[in-house]
Design a protein around this ligand. Structure first.
Ligand SMILES: [Zn+2]
Length: 314
């Protein structure tokens, strides 16, 4: 039987975004991932694709017009002065940020089209800036555009799907995604995140279409797998999504100092294989996964390799 491939989207523009020396959301994250994919030989299992820049209409699927205008103006000023400017205490812009953010969102949308057009079974986007803290009208936590929310709405509003799922396994709660999609019953969002950690939200879900699992610090992978099995899987199967989007953050890794959860590479591989199973049962394997967090360069790269290995089923 012909085996469809995993598409891999990344772009040098995403590397050029730089929030200053010592910032954990750094360009080297993409270098580490790239190196690991080459060394592991996974590279040859992937179909590399060039993402376009997101269009204004793409961004409008998840953000307000006023926010986009304000952000563009702020970024143009940064480009003109050539300076780093802070939007909030965690989130800085440099002259290359606007292009990087457009490229990241554009990758998520193009990956969605690639999978829906049957050119690949699933896709991984090695992109930055990440997106899941960006709300409808606010930057937050290193995020500008909510790449996954934009892609999910693209699948619904532009491509005509009726139901899609968003899965978020970053160590931080995906508050931005929740802000954008809570109450949109065409989307089911399932997530876990470390309790009492930035952004200190998610304990009470904002809509019935959210399955939020706050998890105490120092919980290890075995327990998290049981929680996923008991809480995500029945809801995902009942919802029967036509496509699955993943906010793939790897900062719940034991070696990542941004959080205190205890996942290892084998846990990321297990989670991904369970999601591939759901996607095969309900939607021809359609998954689009987008990089979110993950700041220990070594564990980030190893975890992405495990995730991509499961997506590519090699
Ligand atoms: Zn995170």
């Amino acid at each position: 039987m012909h085996k469809m491939t995993t598409a891999y989207f990344t772009h040098p523009d995403c590397r050029a975004h730089d929030m200053g020396a010592g910032h954990p959301e750094c360009p080297q994250r993409l270098d580490a991932i790239e190196d690991r994919l080459l060394v592991s030989g996974l590279d040859i299992a992937l179909t590399r694709m060039d993402p376009p820049l997101a269009k204004h209409s793409d961004l409008m699927l998840a953000h307000s017009e006023g926010y986009l205008l304000e952000l563009q103006e702020f970024m143009q000023q940064a480009a003109e002065t050539g300076e780093h400017r802070a939007l909030d205490p965690d989130t800085m812009v440099c002259p290359a940020t606007w292009q990087a953010a457009l490229r990241a969102a554009g990758a998520a949308v193009a990956a969605t089209d690639t999978v829906l057009d049957g050119k690949a079974e699933n896709a991984f986007c090695a992109i930055r800036p990440p997106g899941h803290h960006a709300t409808r009208s606010q930057t937050m936590g290193f995020c500008f555009f909510n790449n996954v929310a934009i892609a999910a709405r693209h699948a619904l509003d532009v491509r005509g799907l009726k139901r899609v799922a968003i899965v978020d396994f970053d160590v931080h709660h995906g508050n931005g995604t929740e802000d954008i999609i809570a109450g949109d019953e065409r989307i089911l969002m399932v997530s876990f995140f470390q309790d009492q950690l930035y952004p200190f939200s998610g304990g009470v879900p904002l809509g019935t279409n959210m399955v939020n699992l706050p998890i105490p610090a120092y919980t290890r992978g075995g327990e998290i797998r049981e929680l996923i099995e008991a809480n995500w899987m029945p809801r995902l199967d009942e919802f029967a999504p036509e496509m699955i989007f993943i906010s793939a953050g790897f900062d719940a890794h034991r070696e990542d100092e941004m959080g205190q959860l205890g996942l290892v590479e084998a846990d990321y591989e297990w989670i991904t294989r369970r999601l591939v199973d759901v996607a095969k049962r309900h939607c021809k394997g359609r998954i689009v996964s987008c990089l979110e967090g993950g700041y220990s360069l070594s564990s980030l790269a190893r975890s992405v390799a495990s995730h991509v290995r499961a997506l590519a089923d090699v």
